[in-house]
Each structure stands twice: as structure tokens, then as C-alpha cells.
Design a protein around this ligand. Structure first.
Ligand SMILES: Nc1nc2c(ncn2[C@@H]2O[C@H](COP(=O)(O)OP(=O)(O)OP(=O)(O)O)[C@@H](O)[C@H]2O)c(=O)[nH]1
Ligand SMILES: [Mg+2]
Length: 215
């Protein structure tokens, strides 16, 4: 019987992720892995950021979904280059599928590559995709205990976006609790509170991101 240890698979993933990062570096592309639960507002956040970054940066997207092309169609409608990955059931992207998807991009016309991961707070935590930055998205309707309950995804992220702040009056979500928990786990992470549909908080987030890309 042949047994392949999960550790070996992760090691192989890490090697490919490093190759991806080297390719992105050589092409002058800044890559951002966007993670969060299904429906937390990842695609809506990207849509809002694109409106704000228009004329400043040239974005592209790799969309990871279990099935369908709905998110890719939303991105395409904005005139942003997009490649859809269909994981066919897998609950996360890995560096190998991202490498294949990235081959479909024209690096000469891109500065900023968002990789929208499959909606999941667990599986996505273990896989480096070759990004420069990981953003975790948490919406106000998901509960303010999530940093404590799913620490790995928050600990390894460089920014937390608390989304759907317009819904705060209708929830018992306490942004201060989430902020305190995040600061304990990831003291250096940036924390943004946004309502992507109305655009609240988006200009500050876009400026921060643009600063990261320039550096
Ligand atoms: N009220 C409110 N709703 C929002 C906001 N942002 C996103 N939504 C809604 O939340 C739902 C899910 O948003 P998406 O952006 O598709 O979420 P997602 O994380 O990309 O979802 P998956 O890709 O399926 O994991 C949609 O109905 C959005 O319109 C917001 O700022 N306020
Ligand atoms: Mg989406």
C-alpha cells in the first residue's frame, strides 16, 4: 500500500508557490490571495476596489470556484481580465492550479493580480499560492467569534476586511471584539471596515493596497 503524507503534498505545494511568486516578481505583478467564507463579500469587495483603482493600477483576477462562472462573469463585465478555475469540488486553490491559470494571463498588461479563493475558512489556510499578500474577508453577519474559532486563516493573513458594515445595526457583531482577537493573533495585520456595496471604507483600503503594490 502506498501512503502519501499530507506533509509531502504541502511541501510540493510550497515549492510551486515559490515558483509562482518568482514568476510574479519577474513580471512586476503583485499577487493577492483573497480568502473568506462563502458569501462573505469577496467578489463585491474586488468590484468596489476596481472602481476605486481605475486609472491607477491594472488589475486582473483568477477566480476560484467549485463550479460555475458567475464570479468570473461579474469581473469580466467590468473589463478586468479574468481566468476562472473550476476546482470541481475541491474546497481550496493550490499553487499548481494557480500556476496553470496564471499562464492564461498577459503579464505585460497587469500590475495587480487578485486570486479569489474558494469560499472557505479552513482548507484555504494551508495552501500558499505564491501570493505577496493574503486578505481575509469576514462579514458582519458571520458572527464575531470567527477569529477565535478559525485561527489559522486569520493568523496567516496580512489584512482583515470586515465587510457589510451597513448591516451592523441588524446584527450582534462587535467589531471591537474581532479587532482585539485579530490583534492578538496577527499584530501586524491591517484591519479595514468596509461596506463594499455603498463604497464606505473602500477609498482608504484602495490607497493602502496601491501603496503595497508600488512598494
Ligand atoms: N448589505 C451588504 N451586502 C453585501 C455587501 N457586500 C456584499 N454583499 C452581498 O453579499 C452577497 C455575497 O457577496 P459576494 O461578493 O458574491 O460574496 P463572495 O464572498 O464573493 O461569495 P463566494 O464567491 O460565493 O464565496 C451578495 O448578495 C452581495 O450583494 C455589503 O457591503 N453590504
Ligand atoms: Mg465570489
Amino acid at each position: 500500500m502506498k501512503i502519501v503524507a499530507a506533509k509531502k503534498i504541502l511541501k510540493a505545494n510550497d515549492q510551486i508557490a515559490e515558483e509562482n511568486r518568482a514568476k510574479f516578481n519577474a513580471a512586476g505583478v503583485f499577487a493577492v490571495n483573497v480568502v473568506g467564507s462563502p458569501g462573505s463579500g469577496k467578489t463585491t469587495l474586488l468590484e468596489a476596489l476596481f472602481a476605486q483603482l481605475k486609472g491607477r493600477l491594472r488589475p486582473a483576477v483568477i477566480e476560484g470556484d467549485i463550479a460555475g462562472v458567475i464570479d468570473a462573469q461579474r469581473i469580466e463585465a467590468l473589463g478586468v481580465p479574468v481566468v476562472q478555475i473550476s476546482t470541481q469540488g475541491a474546497c481550496h486553490l493550490d499553487a499548481l492550479v494557480v500556476a496553470a491559470a496564471a499562464d492564461g494571463l498577459d503579464y505585460d498588461s497587469i500590475d495587480l493580480l487578485f486570486i479569489e479563493n474558494v469560499g472557505n475558512l479552513v482548507c484555504t489556510a494551508g495552501f500558499d499560492l505564491g501570493e505577496h499578500l493574503r486578505i481575509v474577508v469576514l462579514s458582519t453577519s458571520e458572527g464575531d467569534d470567527k477569529v477565535v474559532k478559525y485561527p489559522a486563516i486569520f493568523q496567516g493573513s496580512q489584512a482583515l476586511f470586515i465587510t457589510k458594515t451597513d448591516l451592523l445595526p441588524h446584527t450582534n457583531f462587535d467589531p471591537q471584539r474581532i479587532t482585539a482577537d485579530m490583534k492578538r493573533l496577527a499584530p501586524d495585520a491591517e484591519i479595514f471596515q468596509v461596506a463594499a456595496l455603498s463604497g464606505e471604507g473602500i477609498p482608504q483600503a484602495a490607497d493602502w493596497l496601491a501603496g503595497k503594490v508600488k512598494r
